[in-house]
Every structure is written in C-alpha cells, then in structure tokens.
Design a protein around this ligand. Structure first.
Ligand code: SAM
Length: 289
C-alpha cells in the first residue's frame, strides 16, 4: 500500500490517490476500532443473553435431573443448540484459538487411525467432531463413537456428520458412568468437558476415560489452562464467574495430568501443548500399560 501510494504521487490520478490515502487516516482507524469493539460487544451480549435466559428458564420451569443439573440449557434445547453452535461463537469463547486447538487434537491422534476405534466423550460445538471424523475416514478407522448425556446434542452432531455414514455411531451415555467394555478404544477425545463438571464428576470422568482405553492408546483432552498473563487470568475469572461456575477448578485445584496419576494407578506418558499465554491446553496422555 505504501509503495502504491508513493508511486501515485508522481502521476495525475488525484481521486484515486485520495481514496487510497483514506485507508491510513486516523479517523478510519477509529472507525475500525469502534466497529471491532461493537462486533465483540454484540457477540458478548448475544452469548450473555442466551446463557442467562437459558439459566432462568432452567431454574424456573424445568425440574432438574441430578445427573444433568450442571449442564446449561444451551446444551439441552435443540433451539439453543442451533443458535449457539456457530463457529464465530466458539471462536470468540476460545479467543480465536479454536482452529489451532482442533488441529492439535487431530494431530495428536497418531501414529495411525487405520482399523482403530475412536471415542469422543461428550459432543461439542464447532467442527472438532467433523475434523476427527474426516481424519478417521481418510485413515480408514474402524469406528468413531460419539457420546453425550443429552440426546439433543447427539442429534445435532449426527446432523453435522451425516456425510460420514456408518463410520460414526451416536450413543447417549454419561461420561462419569460409560457403558463400554474395559479397554475397548484406541483413542479417546475429551474436548472442553472437565471444566463443565463439578469436581467429583471430574475425577469420575478421568477414571472412565482410563477404563475404556486400551494399553498403548491415547486420551486427548482440550481444556482451559491457567494463563501466564495476569490480565488474562483476571478476565478469565470474571468470565468463569458469570458463565462457567466449575471452570476455575481447572486453574486452582484440578490438574488433568495429576488427576490421571492419582485416579488410575496406571502409568501414562503426558504431553502438554499450550496456547495463548497458556490459556488453553491440549493434554495427550499415552497409556503405557
Ligand atoms: C463439551 S461441553 C462444552 C463444549 C465446549 N464449550 C464447546 O462447545 O466446544 C458441553 C457438552 O458436554 C455434555 N455433557 C455435560 N456433562 C456430561 C456428562 N456427564 N456426560 C456426557 N456429556 C456431558 C453436554 O451435554 C454438552 O453437550
């Protein structure tokens, strides 16, 4: 842009030049910053209203089942699921890191998925399940099983993964009490579930993920992680206070690697990738025996 502008200074196209010059005026910069702030504020307001309304609805109109009382209505109602399951929503919540996190999950499902059974414990918004399914299809995996405690989430996932046909299976199961045989999966993926669970359920999830995993297999977690930047920590705590009441445990009392060690009695090799000043983590645990 700078090169083009200086070249135009020597020719007779004043209209075009003044148009190009406009792109670097401070007024324009203010406009773009204001527009960006407005877009971010609208996304925040959208999400705030949807979650608040869903909470009010849940507490006033729905008799809560103790197994699902911790789950936002947003993950229960087909309408809210449709509204919120949008890439711009998940990308905003995960501060622009969503694609990197998903890419890392898929990369950690190695060496090969050929003939392997892969389990995703709990569905998630965005395209993480699609990316895993694509990888399974490309590498000729034998089965990709998706579970969730909410049928509405499974229906949403099935709608998104229709094109993978029989490769994918959808089963309604509680992550803290899975119905699979011991050691029946080669890979297990848990994407942003632990922070949603009360602390006793967090431990039960780890026990179950270990139980269904074959020796030599891997469990891959995507989750929040305590950030190195103080400002991110402060903003994160405010966000968690409003939206995710069990999430600060991920920073203060619950470490996934330590929980695996304490709850399984099985040796694991842990690899941790962190993102955005350590605000997010992909933790890969390889079961050694
Ligand atoms: C995975 S978390 C949120 C995902 C993340 N915020 C995202 O969209 O990427 C929400 C999902 O966990 C499911 N869930 C919550 N508790 C569960 C449990 N005990 N067992 C299985 N699924 C559960 C909810 O039904 C919902 O589909």
């Amino acid at each position: 842009m700078v090169g083009k502008t200086s070249h135009l200074k020597h020719c007779n196209y004043p209209d075009i030049r003044s148009e190009l010059d406009m792109t670097i005026q401070p007024d324009n910069l203010t406009f773009y910053i204001t527009a960006l702030a407005a877009v971010l504020a609208s996304i925040g307001l959208f999400f705030f209203l949807v979650t608040r309304i869903s909470l009010i609805y849940q507490t006033s109109m729905v008799k809560s089942d103790p197994d699902t009382a911790h789950i936002y209505w947003i993950y229960k109602s087909p309408l809210f699921i449709r509204l919120a399951d949008r890439m711009f929503v998940v990308s905003s919540i995960l501060l622009g890191q969503y694609s990197k996190l998903v890419d890392c999950v898929v990369k950690r499902l190695n060496p090969s998925l050929k003939g392997k059974r892969i389990l995703q414990i709990s569905c998630a918004f965005g395209n993480v399940s699609e990316k895993i399914a694509e990888s399974c299809a490309k590498q000729d995996a034998s089965e990709f099983v998706l579970t969730d405690i909410m049928q509405s989430e499974l229906d949403n996932a099935e709608r998104k993964l229709k094109r993978f046909g029989k490769l994918c299976t959808y089963l309604k199961q509680d992550a803290t009490n899975l119905e699979f045989e011991d050691q029946s999966f080669d890979y297990v993926v848990v994407f942003f579930l632990p922070h949603e669970l009360p602390s006793d359920k967090k431990d039960k999830l780890i026990v179950e993920a270990n139980r269904v995993l074959k020796p030599g297999g891997k469990v891959v977690f995507g989750e929040f992680h305590k950030p190195r930047l103080k400002i991110l920590e402060i903003l994160g705590r405010i966000y968690f206070y409003i939206f995710e009441p069990y999430a600060t445990e991920m920073w203060d009392t619950f470490d996934i690697g330590q929980a695996i060690e304490e709850n399984t009695g099985v040796p694991y090799k842990i690899q941790k990738d962190t993102f955005l000043f350590s605000n997010f983590q992909i933790l890969t645990a390889k079961r050694l025996a």
